[in-house]
Ligand binder design. Structure first.
Ligand code: ADP
Ligand code: ASP
Ligand code: MG
Length: 815
């Protein structure tokens, strides 16, 4: 015989019930079947709510009952031919009337006893199974309905009764001995006490009903039909990348279900274990998919981890104090009082000093537990030998499960470091001696991030998802987004980096999409986004709490440079081409670097100097490997280089500067380039990255602009002043010519001093032939003494800057 169980979604409505019936009809051709069904999806919740509503003297319970009645009558109308509906409609009406009477009683009394609550909750299965039995009869005439309460006997622990297997197994065996039907349909979840009252087997208990039947008849297989393709490596509703597990051992499946994998009710495995009856988990909506096979001998797998599960709504109770050390029986008293209060302990850790015991229980039990524990230890508390019990709520347990973990080292290390890297604070840890399970307690708000990042680490071949929040999508930003769109596939396939842009903002609008913005149409999405607001942008990034979050600043904005600390201190990486933060007061720069280290959040700004050229990265490697920078000489302004390379007798200074702006080689405010401020900022950053402390005021700036140009306050006046001072610039050109030199704007650092300014560069100098908008940097270090280390190449332009930003993002992905 085969036992099949169909869950709530499999019987949610007439359409789904037809799918269920089709599966049963097919299977009935192979073997005799016992079929267990749940209540229609959501009905048990509604029944429980109706009971509570009535007990609270709220008349709305009537409304809820009508809703339940309608659901069932609608299903009958669709599933059963009208000529045969009257009998089942009458049965259902009788039962709904019975339910109403019970609830009216609760309403009048203003209370609901546990016993009544069980009768009420059990109506869902009773109604669904009778309707499905009638519908099934249309397809399999040799089928019948049997009330599980007549066969499954329990104690009177209403709400979660314990099965009396001695009596139950005999009743089931006797029933099937004389059974001639090909298919017998049972309601799940409900049973009855030895004295005949309806009991229930706990939420999700229909799985258990099926297992009890399977064990009693020694079924060849137990099939649990649900709404997913098996037991997954993690809850597929939370972890999109989760995959069905093909084969798994009983112990592993039990561990996963105990730790929250709702797909299987935890006690289900126990009855079938003794006879090693295999359990299949199958999808009613994709019956052809293999599903998961739970058995004694799952296929060998290279991954020691089988799955990750979690339990929400956990509270941690800590009992500590010197009075706990070496005093026999403290733990006994603690667990005894919890047991007296019927509080289930899910998680236990004890420091080896015995100084403290920490237990995890459900949030809902926490206050009751604290009162009881404090009462038990009241003498010790009064004598200050034990502290009052500390309660922390809204936590969650995350567990890694796998039989083979015991044969592998370093799994817990990987688990903790993966969580740590994502700033998930671990509140407590437990690992059983069997090493089948490692569990950690974390904050509920981090659970999605934790599950996804652990799943990525243990199941996704080390693929790393990077989530970008981009501020500023102008010239450079647009190129950056285009480059991502173009490289996305390559990165995923070759570097195992899954790059997603979660948010974008310009000064007008901002758009967020937790699943990643469609980069093919990002302009429309952005233009249709909400009004831009930096504060709410920051708040949203934080509240999404995604793993590997990166804030990307592609603005030249002063205020945006002031918010990096808010990200870094939340373990959100910052990548920026905006030089303002790194060239601001030394303390600010230092604070950001410290935050980055403290919170393990990369802070990268390669494009602050030389656009996409790997200057800062090279410098970092020199310093990290023990070298010391003694002198730097550089042409760091692509814009000034472009300007002085093109400025000639026939191309006046004003026009060249304009053209540089048009081509995107200058800052939005060109005075920042021409005044030397931009170059001063860059050399300052190189000096700081070389390990020296310096502020911008200490850099000598030999400005070549006339004072009147410097004093202008907007771009229009600035350009006018350039024309006005044409002579001044022509003189510079003439002087360079007379010296057979070229004009370059050079930054220098030597002997602890730094300066920037124009120089007439003679032909022999490597700076002489610096073309177009190129940059060059020479590092003289302890290792590069006479011949400097030189980095040279295009140092300005939207595309190279964007690729520099991109490179920083990839650096983070490769960490
Ligand atoms: P049924 O009503 O069929 O008994 P349940 O809702 O009780 O279905 O269980 C199926 C659900 O369990 C899935 O829809 C999924 O959301 C959840 N679930 C949680 N963890 C897992 C997991 N590891 N594998 C599969 N499903 C899981
Ligand atoms: N209907 C019950 C519940 O919702 C039992 C089950 O579906 O397994 O808990
Ligand atoms: Mg279930």
């Amino acid at each position: 015989m085969i036992v099949l169980k169909f869950g709530g979604t499999s019987v949610a409505n007439a359409a789904n019930i037809s799918k269920t019936i089709a599966i049963v009809t097919n299977k009935s051709k192979e073997d005799k079947l016992a079929v267990v069904v749940s209540a229609f999806s959501g009905v048990t919740d509604l029944l429980i709510l109706a009971g509570k509503t009535a007990a609270a003297k709220d008349k709305n319970y009537k409304e809820i009952v009508s809703q339940i009645e309608k659901k069932h009558k609608d299903a009958i109308a669709e599933l059963v031919p009208s000529s045969e509906q009257s009998e089942i409609i009458e049965t259902i009406s009788d039962q709904i009337n019975h339910l109403k009477t019970l609830l009216d009683g609760c309403f009048l009394l203003g209370e609901i006893s546990n016993r009544t609550a069980d009768i009420v909750a059990g109506f869902g299965e009773l109604l669904s199974s009778q309707i499905i039995a009638v519908a099934l009869k249309q397809k399999v005439s040799n089928s019948t309905f049997k009330d599980s309460r007549e066969l499954i006997k329990t104690d009177s622990n209403f709400g979660k009764a314990s099965v009396d297997f001695g009596v139950t197994n005999k009743l089931i065996a006797d029933y099937f001995k004389s059974n001639t039907y090909q298919v017998v349909l049972f309601p799940g979840f409900i049973a009855s006490s030895l004295d005949g009252n309806t009991t229930t087997l706990g939420r999700g208990g229909s799985d258990y009903t099926a297992a009890i039947l399977a064990a009693a008849v020694k079924a060849t297989v137990l099939e649990i039909w649900t709404d997913v393709n098996g037991m997954f490596t993690a809850n597929p509703k939370i972890v999109k990348q989760a995959q069905p597990i093909e084969t798994i051992s009983y112990q592993e499946a039990m561990e996963l279900s105990h730790f929250g994998a709702k797909v299987l009710y935890p006690p289900t495995i126990q009855p079938v274990l003794k006879d090693s009856i295999p359990i299949f988990i199958k999808n009613t909506f994709e019956p052809e998919v293999y599903g998961t096979l739970i058995s004694n001998n799952p296929n060998a797998s290279t991954n020691p981890i089988k799955g990750i599960s979690h339990i929400d709504n956990i509270a941690l109770l800590t009992l500590e104090g010197p009075g706990m050390i070496g005093v026999a029986g403290s733990s006994k008293r603690l667990f005894e009082v919890l047991s007296q209060e019927s509080i289930n302990v899910i998680f236990i850790t004890q420091a080896s000093s015995e100084h403290s015991i920490c237990i995890g229980i459900l949030n809902a039990d926490a206050d009751r537990a604290k009162t009881a524990i404090d009462k038990t230890f009241e003498i010790e508390i009064a004598q200050n030998r034990v502290d009052p019990c500390i309660v922390e709520k809204d936590l969650c347990i995350v567990a890694l499960v796998g039989e083979n973990m015991k044969n592998h080292q370093g799994i817990s290390g990987k688990m903790f470091s993966t969580l740590g890297k994502n700033n998930v604070n671990i509140r407590a840890i437990a690992q059983g001696a069997s090493e089948r399970n490692i569990s950690v307690v974390i904050n509920e708000k981090d659970v999605k991030k934790a599950l996804n990042t652990l799943h990525e680490r243990f199941f996704e071949d080390n693929t790393k998802q990077l989530n970008l929040f981009v501020m500023g999508v102008g010239n450079v930003g647009e190129k950056f987004i285009d480059q991502i769109a173009q490289q996305k596939k390559f990165l995923k396939e070759n570097l195992k980096i899954n790059l997603r842009v979660i948010a974008m903002s310009n000064s007008r609008t901002m758009v967020f999409d937790e699943e990643g913005i469609n980069l093919k149409d990002w302009k429309t999405a952005l233009s249709e986004g909400e009004k831009a607001n930096v504060e709410s942008f920051i708040a949203k990034v934080k509240s999404l709490n995604l793993r590997n979050s990166i804030f990307v600043d592609i603005t030249a904005n002063y205020d945006i440079a002031g918010i990096y600390d808010k990200f870094l201190s939340q373990n959100i990486a910052v990548v920026t081409c905006n030089k303002i933060a790194c060239s601001s007061e030394y303390n600010n720069y230092k604070t950001l670097k410290t935050l980055s280290r403290k919170y393990n959040a990369p802070f990268l700004f390669e494009t602050n100097v030389g656009a996409g050229l790997p200057i800062i990265d090279t410098l970092k490697h020199l310093i990290a490997s023990g070298d010391k920078v003694n002198k730097i000489q550089a042409v760091l302004s692509g814009s000034l280089n472009f300007i002085f390379n093109n400025f000639s007798e026939t191309y006046n200074f004003h026009d060249v500067v304009k053209e540089a702006g048009v081509q995107g080689f200058t800052e939005p405010d060109p005075k920042i380039d021409l005044s030397g401020v931009d170059v001063a900022r860059k050399i300052l950053i190189l000096i700081r990255e070389s390990g020296y402390q310096m502020d911008i005021e200490e850099i000598e700036n030999n400005c070549f602009l006339p004072k009147e140009c410097m004093d202008t306050t907007n771009n229009e006046d600035f350009f006018k002043s350039l024309t006005k001072h044409d002579d001044h610039f022509n003189k510079l050109l003439a002087e360079a010519k007379s010296k057979d030199s070229r004009i370059k704007f050079v930054a220098k650092f030597d002997n602890g001093k730094a300066s920037v300014g124009l120089q007439f560069i003679p032909k022999e100098s490597p700076f002489y032939n610096l073309e177009g908008k190129d940059n060059i940097v020479e590092f003289y270090t302890d290792r590069y003494i006479d011949q400097p280390l030189i980095i040279k190449g295009a140092g300005a332009g939207a595309a190279v800057t964007a690729s520099g930003i991109f490179a920083d993002v990839i650096r983070i992905g490769n960490v």
